[in-house]
Every structure is written in structure tokens, then in C-alpha cells.
Design a binder for this molecule. Structure first.
Ligand code: AP5
Ligand code: ZN
Length: 214
């Protein structure tokens, strides 16, 4: 199963990725997590990406396309994969097509901007695994600690309100056009397109997803 998760920052892509990975036994390819790992490791790529990410902008298509191409070629992606945060621009989607990467399902999480701003304020993340929590809506079993490892949870530097609003602007301008792009692909029979009401509680969104995917 090859899946693309579409949706604004904070729409719940990373949260629902946990369910989809388990359901289909496929790896999550989160370009945001890959870039954050590069920043932590202090690589050249990480240094380039950090300033851009902290400003709420997108890193260059060229850099991201190269990163994803390399990742998809790895053995664990042979049976499918879950793309979370990629593609995010029309050139990124075109690059996938040009490289012969076909997908089975595109899942869009629909969530209004104001709901997102509130969600981001309470987000906590476990950098090692990509697991995502919310202090109110999806709290860890122990405050400030990851459920599985007991390690500390962190606040993402780009979750400050002003940066979130910037990211939402970038989403509407550069990523939202992919909704029509993939709806057209689905109409042509290239993939399935699913829209999910992402404003429901986490478990309900998972149930909606399970029902639509069958
Ligand atoms: P990335 O890490 O991909 O961030 P994003 O797309 O902005 O999405 P988020 O991770 O913020 O949100 P999410 O949808 O995963 O929501 P989550 O499940 O965490 O990218 C970061 C940066 O990297 C970009 O800004 C860019 O600079 C760069 N980048 C990455 N990919 C790139 C690309 N392809 N091209 C160029 N640049 C790229 O949920 C959010 C919060 O809400 C959590 O607290 C969660 O617990 C809570 N929550 C989730 N679902 C619910 C629910 N149903 N009800 C209540 N609360 C919920
Ligand atoms: Zn995410």
C-alpha cells in the first residue's frame, strides 16, 4: 500500500500515521522528521534546513525530492510506504510521477486554521520515534514523557503561534493546489482520493479512516 497524507500543518498527519503504519505494516516517510533528524545530527543538510524551517518556509524542492527518492529506494519501502509531508508543492508531485512512483491512496485531512493554531500550542513530540501528543487532546500516560520509551517530550521550535500562522499561509499558497491535482488523478483512475473530517477527536478520525479505507 502506497499512501500520501495531505493536510495543513497540525491537521493530524503524524498522529494518524501511527495507525496506518500498523494497519498496513508500511514505514512512515515524514520529510519533516527526516529534516529534524538531520538538524539534531548537525549535518550540512540540517544546517541548511534549520533556518528555513524555523521561519515556517519550505526547504527547496530539489533538496526534498533528492531526500525522498533515496528513502523510497530502500528495501523497507518495497512493500509500500506512507508519505507524510511530501509532496507539498506541484513540482514535488510532478517529480514523483516522473520517477514512476505511483500511489494507491491520497488521504486529505480537512481542518480549519483556527483549530490548528490551538492544536499546535499544546503539541508535544518524541523526536526519536515521531510519536505526537497533545497536552489536552492526546496526553501521554505520564506528563512530559513518551509512552513507550519514557524519554522526554519536546516542543517543536516552529510551533510558536506566529510561525504556525506563517506555515498555514505557505500551506494555502503552495500545498493546497495538490488537493485539485490529486482529485484529478483520482478521476483519471490513477488513485483513490479520500477526504476525512480531521476536526473529530483522534480515535474518531482513526475510525473514519478505517471505514473509508475498508
Ligand atoms: P512537517 O513536520 O511535515 O510539519 P507540517 O506538515 O507542518 O505538519 P505537522 O507535523 O506540523 O502536523 P501534522 O499534520 O503531522 O499534525 P500532528 O499529527 O503532529 O514539516 C515541518 C517543516 O519541514 C516545514 O515547515 C518545512 O519547512 C519542512 N518540510 C517538510 N516537508 C517538506 C517538503 N516536502 N518540502 C519542503 N519543506 C518541507 O498533530 C498536531 C497536534 O494536534 C498534536 O499535538 C496532536 O496530538 C494533535 N491532534 C492530532 N489529531 C487531533 C485530533 N483529531 N483532535 C485533537 N487534537 C489532535
Ligand atoms: Zn507531522
Amino acid at each position: 500500500m502506497r499512501i500520501i497524507l495531505l493536510g495543513a500543518p497540525g491537521a493530524g498527519k503524524g498522529t494518524q500515521a501511527q495507525f496506518l503504519m500498523a494497519k498496513y505494516g508500511i514505514p512512515q516517510i515524514s520529510t519533516g522528521d527526516m529534516l529534524r533528524a538531520a538538524i539534531s545530527a548537525g549535518t550540512e543538510l540540517g544546517k541548511q534546513a534549520k533556518t528555513v524551517m524555523d521561519a515556517g518556509q519550505l526547504v527547496s524542492d530539489e533538496l526534498i525530492i533528492g531526500l525522498v527518492k533515496e528513502r523510497i529506494a530502500q528495501d523497507d519501502c518495497k512493500g509500500g510506504f506512507l508519505l507524510d509531508g511530501f509532496p507539498r508543492t506541484i513540482p514535488q508531485a510532478d517529480a514523483m510521477k516522473e520517477n514512476g512512483v505511483v500511489v494507491d491512496s491520497v488521504i486529505e485531512f480537512d481542518v480549519p486554521d483556527e483549530v490548528i493554531v490551538e492544536r499546535m500550542a499544546g503539541r508535544r513530540v518524541h523526536p526519536g520515534s515521531g510519536r505526537v501528543y497533545h497536552v489536552t487532546y492526546n496526553p501521554p500516560k505520564t506528563e512530559g514523557k513518551d509512552d513507550e520509551t519514557g524519554e522526554d517530550l519536546l516542543i517543536r521550535p516552529d510551533d510558536e503561534e506566529a510561525t504556525v500562522r506563517k506555515r498555514l499561509g505557505v500551506y494555502h499558497e503552495q500545498t493546497k493546489p495538490l488537493v485539485e491535482y490529486y482529485q484529478a488523478e483520482a478521476k483519471a483512475g490513477a488513485c483513490q482520493y479520500i477526504t476525512i473530517d480531521g476536526t473529530q477527536p483522534v480515535d474518531e478520525v482513526t475510525a473514519l479512516l478505517a471505514a473509508k479505507l475498508g
